[in-house]
Write a protein that binds this ligand. Structure first.
Ligand code: PMP
Length: 408
């Protein structure tokens, strides 16, 4: 066609985006938090593991080993479920934590985030109800919103989900699934006690719903006794998708997570994964498998825990000095986060702007809520700074609070 003819074509607008693409809005908080990458800022905002603790040498050796053993295999396509060595190592670790797991029970995923997407594709029709803790992990809320779910909050207290309230919500809402982070929850750091886990599993079995137990933080315990997975409780066995991750205990850049689920759900998840990415990177999986065979991951996790514990303690000690009377915050036994609530009338988003001027950052709690947010809440991560820096950061937060005082 001559160029003049092409130019004379009347242009029409492009067809519209899918409704789901517009259902998940941008975040003003994310824009503010972009500022926290500035050098000099002490940030309690990120959810990142401490990079100086990565076992870089052990992982480099593991990648070398993956290539030395068979570079052709490491660089080739592999099965959707994951490479057998890594699935076996995951099954063994899950079994050691008290949940008998076979190799075939496990799918390797590209981060545990992908497992959330797979579960959503396998289970959720637009309009289906998903129950969540309130507040909960932001990217899970986004994932369920993209699947067209109607997300409904289950009332929670300081210990997490209130089992009676869950039963009421199930009867009222007829949900497909409950999404929960029972151990060192994001964003609150809370852990659901064993008795409540048993009750949640019974409720799921009695009233009929899927349980999605997301556990990226469970290995990071600094004190107290381990609480067995929700998935281990009677009633949960044939209806729980358990999600694990190597992000917080090895390195998040590997993008390696896993999903343990009953056979039918696993099959649906495998089809969804095939459509999403065929399989998780072969070389990354083989390197992780070599790492697990040659290095002692538990010893590495001990090193990480030994570093994080005094960071948590420094944050907690500092908060008791600077948060105004009437504030409340928890003392998590593990994980990466402390959750705080300022007194009546305070607004954490307004405080963040002043805090950034004082070179300290945190995440306001509001975006983590379903329904009406609590503007007085904030999440503080203690993993990426030394105890000394944390004490200094909390002092800056105190200065920001003083400056802000009376201007809420
Ligand atoms: N679930 C929760 C509760 C998280 O906090 C995160 C990441 N911070 C993830 C899942 C995703 O982790 P990944 O994909 O790195 O395994």
């Amino acid at each position: 066609m001559p160029a003049e003819a092409a130019l004379s074509v009347v242009l029409s607008p492009q067809p519209a985006f899918a409704a789901r693409a517009n259902s998940v809005g941008g975040s003003s908080v994310r824009e503010i938090l972009a500022l926290t990458a500035r050098p000099g800022i002490i940030s309690f905002a990120g959810g990142l593991p401490a990079p100086e603790l990565f076992d870089t040498e052990g992982l480099r050796i593991a990648y070398d080993a993956a290539f030395t053993a068979s570079a052709r295999r490491a660089l080739q396509y592999s099965t959707t479920e994951g490479v057998p060595e890594l699935r076996a190592a995951i099954a063994q670790r899950a079994t050691a934590r008290g949940l008998a797991t076979e190799v075939d029970d496990v799918i390797v995923t590209s981060g545990s985030q992908q497992a959330l997407t797979l579960i959503a594709s396998a289970l959720i029709e637009p309009g289906d109800v998903v129950l969540v803790e309130n507040p909960t992990y932001l990217a899970a809320l986004q994932c369920f919103a993209l699947a067209g779910a109607r997300v409904v909050a289950v009332p929670c207290d300081e210990e997490g989900i209130i089992p009676e309230a869950l039963a009421e919500a199930v009867v009222r809402e007829r949900p497909k699934l409950l999404y929960t982070i029972p151990t060192f929850q994001n964003p609150t750091g809370r852990t659901l006690p064993g008795v409540r886990r048993a009750e949640v599993a019974r409720t799921a079995a009695r009233l009929g719903l899927w349980l999605v137990e997301d556990d990226p933080y469970g290995d990071l315990r600094y004190e107290g006794a381990e609480v067995p997975w929700l998935a281990t409780h009677p009633g949960a066995e044939d209806r729980t998708a358990l999600l694990g991750s190597f992000s917080k205990i090895m390195a998040p850049g590997l993008r390696l997570g896993w999903l343990r689920a009953p056979a039918a759900l696993r099959r649906a998840a495998v089809i969804a994964k095939q459509a999403a990415d065929l399989h998780t990177s072969t070389v990354d999986q083989l390197a992780a498998a070599h790492y697990l065979a040659a290095s002692d991951l538990d010893a590495h996790v001990d090193t990480v825990r030994a570093a994080y514990r005094p960071r948590r303690d420094a944050l907690l000690a500092g908060l008791s000095d600077v948060l105004p009377a009437g504030s409340a915050w928890n003392r998590p036994e593990g994980g990466m986060f402390v959750w705080a609530r300022l007194p009546e009338g305070h607004d954490a988003t307004a405080l963040l702007k002043t805090a950034i001027a004082h070179e300290v950052a945190f995440v306001p709690g509001s975006p983590f809520f379903t329904g009406t947010p609590d503007p007085r809440t904030l999440r503080l991560s203690f993993t990426t700074h030394t105890p000394q820096e944390i004490s200094q950061g909390v002092a800056r937060l105190g200065a920001a609070l003083t400056e802000h005082g009376g201007r809420w």
